[in-house]
Write a protein that binds this ligand. Structure first.
Ligand SMILES: [Zn+2]
Length: 277
């Protein structure tokens, strides 16, 4: 069961759903929402209108074990599973009605490597962009759905968007960095303010917008040409990675390396490339 807490102002207004722990090893979102729950329970945050549902540890079983998932990646299968066969398919069936009941969904994630906070802007509507601009993240990443357009994978935000909801996925920071909880808390608080559930938040600098252009999968034994960090810039023709057999992966143009993961399993995402949006 997904454990949720609902805070209702009893005044009409938007219903915001806040998700943490969709991936069980991603502590920043879970810690951020635990802090938010503390503040809501203590009455330090007062809702002026609308309501907020907090699901701080969506995949609680995976979180308990400190693993990404139990059987499969929940954030690729957020759709109805009539004959649910895995732990995550059962969770997806519970998650869907939570999203259906909300007007907007903020899904807080974390990364294995250090990173500046960034937002996936799958839905590029002006309304969603306006929300993303006010979160206080350093970067916006557009173009994720186009890289996975075979229709086989569905993320929380893609499902929410398909149901006409506003939705953002945020990578708050590194999973082991306890300080990221404050960053994630700030994203949640600014979202409450953006939708008018609480009084206005102080302005933040606009994030830098990038568009994902390519996903590169690790096909076999190989290594990065340099220890890439998220948002490192690269030049056209630069060698990005080298397979053990000598085959090189080079940058097709000037751009930015996104979410490099040198130790990815074969067949999994090794890194992405993006350009200014
Ligand atoms: Zn995640």
């Amino acid at each position: 069961m997904i454990s949720t807490v609902l805070f209702d102002s009893l005044s009409p207004g938007p219903h915001l759903l806040l998700l943490g722990g969709v991936h069980g090893d991603e502590n920043p979102g879970m810690r951020a929402l635990a802090k938010l729950l503390d503040q809501l329970h203590a009455g330090r945050i007062r809702l002026l209108r609308g309501k907020v549902t907090v699901a701080a540890r969506v995949n609680a079983a995976a979180a308990k074990r400190g693993v990404h998932f139990i059987e499969e990646n929940l954030n690729r299968i957020v759709r109805r599973h009539d004959a649910s066969a895995t732990h995550e398919q059962r969770l997806a069936n519970e998650l869907i009605p939570l999203i259906d009941a909300a007007d907007a969904v903020l899904d807080l994630h974390g990364t294995p490597a250090p990173t500046r906070p960034f937002v996936f802007l799958d839905d590029e509507s002006p309304e969603n962009r306006a929300w993303a601009d006010k979160l206080g993240a350093d970067y916006l990443l557009c173009g994720w759905p186009a890289l996975y357009s075979d229709g086989k994978t569905v993320t929380t935000t893609e499902y929410a968007q398909s149901r006409g909801k506003r939705a953002l996925t945020v990578e708050v920071g590194q999973n082991d960095d306890a300080a990221c909880a404050e960053t994630g808390l700030a994203f949640a608080l600014r979202s409450l303010a953006h939708f008018g559930l609480t009084s206005a938040a102080s302005p933040v600098p606009a994030p830098r917008a990038l568009r994902l252009t390519r996903v590169v999968y690790r096909e076999r034994e190989g290594a990065f040409a340099r220890p890439w960090k998220n948002f490192d810039t690269v030049n056209e023709g630069e060698v990005l990675a080298r397979y053990a057999d000598g085959v090189e992966s080079t940058a097709p143009g000037d751009g930015v390396v996104i979410m490099p993961f040198e130790g990815a399993e074969f067949g999994s995402e090794w890194f992405y490339l993006a350009v200014p949006a």
